[in-house]
Design a protein around this ligand. Structure first.
Ligand code: KIV
Ligand code: NA
Length: 266
């Protein structure tokens, strides 16, 4: 099977065919999602929470994320691999952004990068595009700015919808290949989706985006506790894995595992 590339995603939008994106941070999940035919994988800075155990996306570093991107790109042949640029690695200037993105492409084997922000990120997007690095812009609720935004809150309500629409068009104009739209009202996301010719990927952005994305541990029910409204669990891996661990432990403690068939003869 051929590698998914950007023109293919644009064609899907033109033909009204929705597609799904998932995060992936390691070999097995990446390979399994490829088997499932997921066309686009994001090595999200959400690895900060979901791999490294931080309580926000802010602490994760480029040096921590690059090996995860490499694991995902090595383990797959078909999906487009997008690397998230972590907090502090691109905001300072277009030059800083290019240097970071180039590391994700060269060392990580990514095919594109994603960055968060509004129109202040246009120089960064233009620099990447002119350097041959495809970029997805992440607008609406942007977790790296949670302290500025006052926590996990729906964006683009009230009078702010127009501003989001203009930001979306500006990113399209600057050459972004897609827009990730997080936690905004469905009506606003729909309007953005209709007003740009590049694909929109929604998370908590309603039913009418061109694509959807979820963090895989949320999608598969590995994460416990209270979930955001926009998450749907398609499996309960937390229970599955815990029960497997308990069964294993019980068999070891009860002298049932290992059995004869697991042992070597002389
Ligand atoms: O880091 C991440 O997982 C994201 C989400 C939008 C899926 O950016
Ligand atoms: Na992210």
């Amino acid at each position: 099977k051929q590698r998914v590339r950007i023109p293919y995603l644009r064609k899907m939008k033109e033909s009204g065919q929705k597609w799904a994106m998932l995060t992936a941070y390691d070999m097995y999940t990446a390979a399994i999602f490829e088997e499932a035919d997921i066309p686009v994988l994001l090595v999200g800075d959400s690895a900060s929470n979901n791999v490294f155990g931080n309580d926000s996306s802010l602490p994760v570093t480029v040096d921590e994320l690059i090996p995860l991107v490499r694991a995902v790109s090595r383990s797959t042949h078909r999906p487009l691999i997008i690397a998230d640029l972590p907090f502090g690695s691109y905001q300072a200037s277009a030059k800083q952004c290019f240097k970071t993105a180039a590391r994700f492409m060269k060392e990580g084997g990514a095919h594109a990068v994603k960055l968060e922000g509004g129109r202040e990120m246009l120089p960064q997007v233009r620099k990447l595009v002119s350097s041959g690095i495809p970029v997805m812009a992440h607008i609406g609720f942007t977790p790296q700015a949670e302290h500025q935004l006052g926590g996990y809150r729906v964006q683009g309500r009230g009078g702010r919808a127009q501003d989001l629409l203009e930001t979306a068009s500006a990113f399209e104009e600057a050459g972004a290949f897609a827009l990730l739209i997080e936690m905004i009202p469905e009506t606003v996301a729909t309007e953005i989706t209709q007003s740009v010719s590049i694909p929109t990927v929604g998370i908590g952005a309603g039913r009418h985006c061109d694509a959807q994305v979820l963090v895989w541990q949320d999608m598969a029910g590995l994460r416990g506790g209270r979930l955001p409204r926009f998450v749907k669990q398609f499996a309960n891996m937390r229970t599955l894995l815990r029960d497997a661990a308990r069964d294993y432990m019980a068999e070891v403690e009860g002298g049932i595992f290992p059995a004869a068939e697991h042992c070597f003869e002389e």
